[in-house]
Ligand binder design. Structure first.
Ligand code: CO
Length: 140
């Protein structure tokens, strides 16, 4: 059973440009600096909203998994949604048992929040790339 919606992932060709939209047009004042996650092939930045976050992701390196998405969506776009779960392994096994496709090896990786995450293929998720992350201890 999924819990809280943690964030919505938005891919962009330029976090610096995207930040201008969220800061100057949408009026968000709480936006983190961007940082690189080389193993994931992304630059990341969080736009902090009162009830959730927008995770901006920009390709890092030639092998970034975001390049394919941006080839189809050159201006960027909604990339994934992330739900919190109590136990990432229990959630992964339950999703598999129900026919979902876990991307990669299925071994959780450490995501941008510093907690384990997995991704579920959109073909079984109504067309939405779904990230599941272990509920951060500090969130509740
Ligand atoms: Co995410």
């Amino acid at each position: 059973m999924i819990g809280r919606l943690n964030h919505v992932g938005v891919a962009t060709p330029s976090i610096d440009e995207a930040v201008k939209l969220y800061r100057d047009v949408l009026g968000v004042s709480d936006i983190t600096e961007k940082w690189a996650m080389p193993e994931q092939g992304v630059w990341v930045c969080f736009v902090n909203l009162p009830n959730s976050q927008i995770e901006l992701i920009e390709p890092y390196g030639a092998d970034s998994p975001i390049h394919g998405f941006l080839a189809k969506n050159p201006k960027g776009g909604q990339h994934h949604v992330c739900y919190e779960v109590d136990d990432i392994i229990v959630a992964r096994d339950a999703m598999r048992a129900k026919g979902a496709t876990v991307l990669g090896t299925g071994e959780p990786r450490i995501g941008a929040h510093g907690v384990p995450v997995i991704f579920l293929h959109p073909k079984d998720m109504g067309g939405v790339l779904v990230e599941l992350m272990k509920k951060p201890d500090a969130a509740h």
